[in-house]
Design a protein around this ligand. Structure first.
Ligand SMILES: Cc1ncc(COP(=O)(O)O)c(C=O)c1O
Length: 284
């Protein structure tokens, strides 16, 4: 199971791969990325990830790496890596240039990819649920762009880890919840799902969308709208979604229990339904 890297057409081990220190990704975080996992030797939701990559690139006027050209490289990387349960990390930056804030449109972007083994979430956590904390939303106002510039997310996650929690959930100054540092957030109220609507406030998570679609297929109603931290604390269930996280129940928030402090029935049912969808390879 070789772990491999690709940098602008050059294949190597991950250790041997390098980019210039003048790369705008390194200097400014001027780039976008995707994380794509595989299940049983098949890349999951690849086209959805590519559509989101396209959205991110368009939003920052990053040209020169059309997804039609990137897609076969991703597939080749994945095939070379021979992973059954793997993760492809893909980053496109605005490339190498003298360090100036303004960029020259039409420069040559840097495309970096790696494939590695997937380090799945400890299976016990799906049964026990995880603790989360709330943190002030300090990030910029274009969270729909999957930017490599993740300082706000990193600082939040660090606070979570240092306080023994799995995730930090961002709350805006007016009390509205956005998302986790690397996950989307759902609450359950009276059998209905509630999650923040798509738009600039959150990343349009691929798993989020799949869970919304799966719930609707099962006749569960879903509201996509802002909700407050009070609504979250009073929820019947609270869970996180993400590519690596899948569907993970939160049982304490800022050390206060959510309901009985157990993973909720709907959370479990949606995780099962998600796994069934994976088995059916239904990711279009
Ligand atoms: C800020 C943020 N929100 C949500 C998600 C979940 O998105 P996805 O389900 O596409 O992995 C991520 C994933 O990395 C993220 O970084």
């Amino acid at each position: 199971m070789p772990e491999l890297a690709y940098v602008n057409g050059t294949w190597s081990t991950i250790e041997a791969a390098c980019v210039s220190i003048d790369d705008r990704g390194f200097q400014f975080g001027d780039g976008v990325y995707e994380v794509i996992r595989s299940y049983d030797g098949r890349l999951w939701a690849l086209d959805r990830h590519l559509r989101r990559l396209e959205h991110s690139m368009r939003a920052i006027a990053l040209t020169g790496a059309p997804t039609a050209e990137v897609k076969p490289r991703i597939i080749e990387l994945f095939e070379r890596g021979q992973m059954r349960e793997g993760v492809v990390y893909l980053q496109v930056t605005r490339g190498v240039a003298p360090r100036r804030h303004a960029y020259n449109a039409g420069g040559q972007p840097t495309v970096v990819m790696t494939v590695r083994a997937q380090h799945a979430v400890d299976i016990q956590l799906y049964a026990s649920g995880v603790p989360a904390i709330t943190v002030p939303e300090i990030r910029w106002s274009r969270r729909d762009i999957k930017s490599t510039n993740l300082l706000g997310n990193i600082l939040a996650k660090q606070r979570a880890v240092e306080s023994g929690a799995y995730e930090a959930i961002f709350v805006e100054a007016d009390g509205r919840v956005t998302e986790g540092s690397s996950t989307n957030v759902f609450i359950v109220r009276k059998g209905c799902l509630l999650t923040r609507e798509k738009g600039p406030h959150i990343l349009a998570g691929i798993t989020r969308d799949l869970i919304v679609e799966t719930a609707l297929e099962q006749g569960i109603s879903v509201e996509e709208r802002p909700f407050t931290v009070e609504e979250m604390r009073a929820a019947d269930e609270l869970f996180l979604t993400g590519t690596g996280t899948e569907v993970l129940g939160v049982v304490t928030l800022d050390q206060q229990r959510i309901q009985m402090g157990r993973v909720g029935d709907l959370t479990r049912a949606l995780l099962d339904a998600f796994h069934e969808r994976v088995r059916q390879a239904r990711d279009d």
